[in-house]
Design a protein around this ligand. Structure first.
Ligand SMILES: NC(=O)c1ccc[n+]([C@@H]2O[C@H](COP(=O)([O-])OP(=O)(O)OC[C@H]3O[C@@H](n4cnc5c(N)ncnc54)[C@H](OP(=O)(O)O)[C@@H]3O)[C@@H](O)[C@H]2O)c1
Length: 260
C-alpha cells in the first residue's frame, strides 16, 4: 500500500485528506493508496516520522512547517527554492550507493524532494482572468502563502506591493491605501486568513469604495465560497475569484509529482 499524507499543526480539518481519499475511491485506487493527516507539532520529530512510515511516497506540508521543512530535504525544485517554502514532498527510495555517486551526502536511502505547488495552483487559476489592465497588484498579508503569490506575479511581470499590518519598508499599511493606490492596483489578492469560516464577517481593511469594474479580487480563502472580501468586491463591480480552484490544482500537481 502506497501511503500519502499531510503534515502540519494543528490539523483540525484536512481538505487534502478528504480530496485524496475521494480521489482514490473514484479512480479505484483505494486498495493501492491511502492518505492520512499526520499532526506534527515539532519538526525535530520529522526524521523519526519518516523512518516509522517506510511506505510513505508523498507528503503535503501546511502551517507552520512550510519553511522549516526545507532543512530536512535532500533537494528543492527551482520554484520552491526561490519562494523559500515547500508544500509538497516527493519521497523516493534509492540504494545508498546511487545517492553517493550523485553527490548526496545523506546516509539515508530515503530521498526527499521539495516542491511548491501553491504557486502552480495560483498561476493556473489566475491566468484565464487576467486582462491587459492588470499591470499592478496588491498582496494583502505577508505570510507563507504570499511568497508563492509574489513569485507568480513576478513570473507574469505584474508589479506588486505587499500590504501588511505593520507596513514596514516597501510594504503598505492598510491605513496608507488611498484612492490613488487602489485605482492603480487593479489586481488585489487576499492571502490573509481573514473571513475564513467560522469568522465569516471579517475582511481585510481596504477602502472597498474605490473598487471599479476593472478590478480583479482574488481570495485564497475558499470557505466560505464567497467571503466578505469578495462580496465587497462584487458590490463594487469587480471580478472575483476564490481559492478553491487553486486548492484543487495544487493537489493535482502534487499527485503528478508523486507519480512522476
Ligand atoms: N487556496 C489555496 O490553495 C491556499 C493555499 C495556501 C494558503 N491558503 C490560505 O491562505 C491563507 C494564508 O495562508 P498563510 O500560510 O500565508 O497564513 P499565515 O502565514 O498564517 O498568515 C498570512 C498573513 O496574514 C496576515 N494576517 C494574519 N492575521 C491577520 C489579521 N487578523 N488581520 C490582518 N492580517 C492578518 C499576516 O500578515 P501581516 O502580519 O503582514 O499583516 C500573516 O502573515 C490561509 O487562509 C490559508 O488557508 C489557501
Amino acid at each position: 500500500m502506497k501511503k500519502y499524507g499531510l503534515i502540519g499543526y494543528p490539523l483540525a480539518h484536512s481538505f487534502s485528506e478528504e480530496y485524496f481519499t475521494e480521489k482514490f475511491q473514484r479512480e479505484g485506487l483505494q486498495n493501492e493508496c491511502s492518505y492520512e493527516a499526520f499532526p506534527l507539532t515539532n519538526l525535530s520529530d520529522f526524521p523519526a516520522f519518516i523512518k516509522a512510515n517506510p511506505n510513505l511516497c508523498g507528503l503535503n506540508v501546511t502551517i507552520p512547517h512550510k519553511i522549516g521543512i526545507i532543512y530536512f530535504l535532500n533537494k528543492l525544485a527551482p520554484a520552491a527554492k526561490e519562494i523559500d517554502a515547500v508544500n509538497c514532498i516527493k519521497i523516493t527510495k534509492r540504494p545508498a550507493i546511487d545517492a553517493f555517486f550523485m553527490g548526496e551526502c545523506s546516509p539515508s536511502d530515503v530521498f526527499l524532494e521539495g516542491y511548491n505547488t501553491d504557486a502552480y495552483g495560483f498561476e493556473h487559476s489566475l491566468r484565464p482572468l487576467l486582462r491587459k489592465h492588470h499591470q499592478k497588484a496588491l498582496i494583502l498579508g505577508n505570510g507563507g502563502a504570499s511568497r508563492a503569490i509574489a513569485y507568480v506575479l513576478q513570473l507574469l511581470n505584474i508589479d506588486h506591493h505587499f500590504v501588511s499590518r505593520k507596513g514596514k519598508g516597501k510594504n503598505y499599511s492598510y491605513a496608507q491605501l488611498s484612492r490613488e493606490i487602489i485605482e492603480e492596483h487593479t489586481l488585489i489578492i487576499n492571502t490573509t486568513p481573514l473571513g475564513t469560516f467560522p469568522k465569516v464577517d471579517e475582511s481585510p481593511e481596504i477602502p472597498y469604495k474605490y473598487l471599479t469594474k476593472h478590478h480583479l479580487l482574488y481570495d485564497l480563502v475558499y470557505n466560505p465560497e464567497e467571503s466578505t472580501f469578495l462580496k465587497q468586491g462584487k458590490a463594487g463591480g469587480a471580478t472575483i475569484k476564490n481559492g478553491l480552484e487553486m486548492l484543487h490544482l495544487q493537489a493535482e500537481k502534487a499527485w503528478e509529482i508523486w507519480n512522476s
